[in-house]
Design a protein around this ligand. Structure first.
Ligand SMILES: NC(=O)c1ccc[n+]([C@@H]2O[C@H](COP(=O)([O-])OP(=O)(O)OC[C@H]3O[C@@H](n4cnc5c(N)ncnc54)[C@H](O)[C@@H]3O)[C@@H](O)[C@H]2O)c1
Length: 333
């Protein structure tokens, strides 16, 4: 009989209540053993619904529940402290993206995970969705890529709301938050660019009090000659998500649940469709992490894989006020 791993969820906001907590109910390999949030009323409500002990302090949760792993879904500024507490207690972590808010924090946490020998997996869902790895296998069909275009947009009516409106708390704006998924695909498929130049703005709601950019355009260039851009916005609808990579023999496009290979004139040569397109079930991610812990699956999204993401973001944010390109490799701590 399978012994389910005992997990605790820390941070009981939107992502935990819409994805992780319902997902745990459908897991084959894990079960909920405790919950934690700094908001006592949220703890009481969730603990009561799921009939598990609740805590407002992560250290108490770790001592009393002694979970096998923790799912961390806290605001970006709180991630370091929660991940460090888990690592110091020798408890594995499934971390909501981003891994860290800057290259220094990323390097420090990666070293701590190494030292304490904990496994940490960042939940960038596309890595676990069947279409995105399949698209990678199609990439070689287009020849050496020379152009990349990424776009990820949706409309959030109040960009000033909560910690996401403050760059210091969120570690940036839309580029660091939702843009992390597009950056993850770019780095996974094509590697770290040699130069990035970002333009960012927080102008979608004039008069609203926020400094975290709602829109960002990042120009990219590689020494190979490949160049392109990523456009990310949480104010400009409609909802779109697309990455297109073009080479001499055609274009590979990836959208939610569908990858297409186009000929150089733009005609579809073949497509891979996944139905339903979305989501990547949270239960599948959690069970996958249990297999990583058992040593029967690999972790495609560990700390080392996410150091380049922090470097990319730091370079983009460094370039924006100077209007000059920055080399992300110089930001790899
Ligand atoms: N993978 C995805 O597609 C996806 C989607 C949405 C959010 N997220 C990520 O999930 C994380 C949480 O986002 P959210 O939208 O749920 O935010 P949220 O603001 O809705 O919830 C965060 C919760 O964490 C709690 N919290 C704050 N500091 C804490 C601490 N030190 N210890 C314990 N709890 C603490 C808050 O009280 C709040 O209840 C972020 O990292 C975000 O980027 C990922």
């Amino acid at each position: 009989m399978t012994v389910r791993k005992r997990t605790a969820v820390v941070g009981l906001g939107h992502q935990a209540t819409s994805d992780h907590l319902p997902g745990l109910g459908q897991c084959h390999l894990a079960e909920l053993a405790g919950v934690c949030d700094v908001d006592a009323s949220q703890v009481a409500a969730v603990a009561d619904t799921h009939q598990v002990p609740g805590f407002t302090d992560v250290e108490h949760l770790l001592k009393q529940v002694r979970p096998d792993f923790v799912i961390v879904a806290v605001p970006h500024h709180a991630g370091r402290e929660v991940v460090a507490a888990c690592a110091e207690a020798g408890v594995h972590v499934m971390k909501e993206k981003p891994f860290a808010t800057d290259p220094h924090e990323a390097a420090e946490l990666a070293a701590l995970c190494d030292k304490t020998e904990i496994e940490l997996m960042v939940t960038v869902q596309r890595r676990f969705h069947p279409v995105y790895p399949a698209a990678l296998a199609l990439l070689e069909r287009i020849g050496d890529p020379y152009l990349v275009e990424g776009r990820y947009t949706f409309h959030c009516p109040d960009p000033a709301a909560g910690w996401r409106g403050r760059a210091k708390l969120a570690g940036g704006g839309c580029l660091a938050d939702m843009g992390y998924h597009l950056i993850d695909l770019l780095l996974w498929y094509l590697g770290l660019p040699d130069r990035v130049l970002a333009t960012v703005s927080a102008a979608a709601v004039p008069g609203a009090a926020y400094d975290a950019e709602d829109t960002a355009l990042v120009h990219l260039a590689y020494d190979s000659g490949l160049y392109g851009s990523l456009l990310v916005s949480r104010s400009a609808g409609p909802k779109t998500e697309r990455l297109a990579i073009t080479g001499p023999h055609g274009t590979l496009t990836v959208e939610r649940g569908i990858a297409r290979l186009l000929d150089p004139a733009g005609q579809v040569v073949e497509s891979l469709v996944r139905e339903p397109a979305w989501p990547c079930p949270p239960a599948a991610l959690i069970d996958r992490f249990c297999r990583v812990l058992d040593g029967t699956a690999v972790n495609p999204s560990g700390p080392a894989e996410h150091l380049p993401h922090a470097a990319f973001l730091a370079a983009a944010y460094a370039s924006a006020p100077t209007h000059r390109p920055a080399d992300p490799k110089e930001f790899l701590a």
